[in-house]
Ligand binder design. Structure first.
Ligand SMILES: [Fe+2]
Length: 258
């Protein structure tokens, strides 16, 4: 099944999920600090991996995890190394329990750094990363580490749990979503603007403008129902402006060759 169909069907099914089938965990409980996990050098503590995986699993957590406190241990470069190592171990821990097999047998992990406002136009048809509340199309899990960041206002990261929202209100895909318009084939589900205030009020969280102190993980499996978005970025100091983010993501394929 292609990922657009998988996503539409998963959103359509959310109205029918029995009460109790997913954890009633609030996104407000997604934030933890590395200070609680005995960080020693750059090694990733096993307990941190398990806790992040439990937060991401909708059977036990809210479907997102925010790991704070990195700047007390790492500069941006070291934080990126730690981020990638943590991502790979979290994925190894939770891939099968989240049901990755149904999307193919092979992992394709991507690690890259994006300079927001200077993204090559041919990639996404915009120099800016996507801002409206949406699900990425292919990624099953992703995480972002922001920094360096300077010279702008806004840019707050928003998350919303539409799984609980759609179940509670008995809503289907077509009630809430449109498909994004992209310069390349394939689209992602985007929450229609008229629903944003109610979804944010009932099921959303504003994490503020993230920086190099935190890593934000999102369970982006179709059945997780976690949307992400960013409030508008207004450049206030063009000389100093920078908004980079280091992203790790994984999708599944049926073929092992790249
Ligand atoms: Fe996205």
């Amino acid at each position: 099944m292609d990922m657009m169909t998988a996503r539409r069907e998963a959103f359509d099914a959310m109205a029918d999920i029995p009460v109790g089938a997913i954890a009633e965990a609030s996104l407000a409980a997604a934030t933890i600090t590395v200070h609680d996990y005995g960080l020693d050098g750059t090694a990733v503590p096993d307990k941190l991996v398990e806790t992040v995986a439990d937060l991401l699993d909708r059977a036990t957590g809210p479907g997102a995890a925010v790991v704070e406190g990195l700047s007390d241990f790492f500069d941006v470069g070291l934080a990126r190394n730690f981020h990638e190592a943590l991502f790979r171990q979290v994925w190894e821990n939770c891939a099968s329990r989240l049901g990755a097999e149904q999307f193919g047998r092979h992992d394709r992990i991507k690690v890259n750094t994006t300079s927001d406002g200077a993204i090559p136009m041919e990639l996404y048809g915009s120099e800016w990363s996507f801002k409206d509340l949406h699900s990425d199309r292919d990624a099953l899990l992703f995480s972002h580490l922001y920094g360096p960041v300077a010279g702008f206002d806004g840019g707050a990261l928003l998350l919303a749990d539409v799984c609980g929202f759609m179940r509670h209100h008995g809503l289907r895909f077509a009630d809430l979503f449109d498909w994004s318009v992209e310069p390349t084939p394939g689209s992602k589900p985007v929450l229609r603007a008229e629903h944003v205030p109610q979804v944010l009020a009932e099921a959303g969280i504003d994490l503020g403008a993230p920086g190099p102190d935190q890593i934000i993980f999102v369970n982006n499996f179709p059945d997780a129902g976690i949307l992400h978005g960013v409030t508008p970025v207004a450049v206030t100091d063009p000389q100093r402006y920078v908004r980079e983010f280091h992203r790790c993501s994984v999708k599944r394929t049926t073929r092992s060759d790249p």
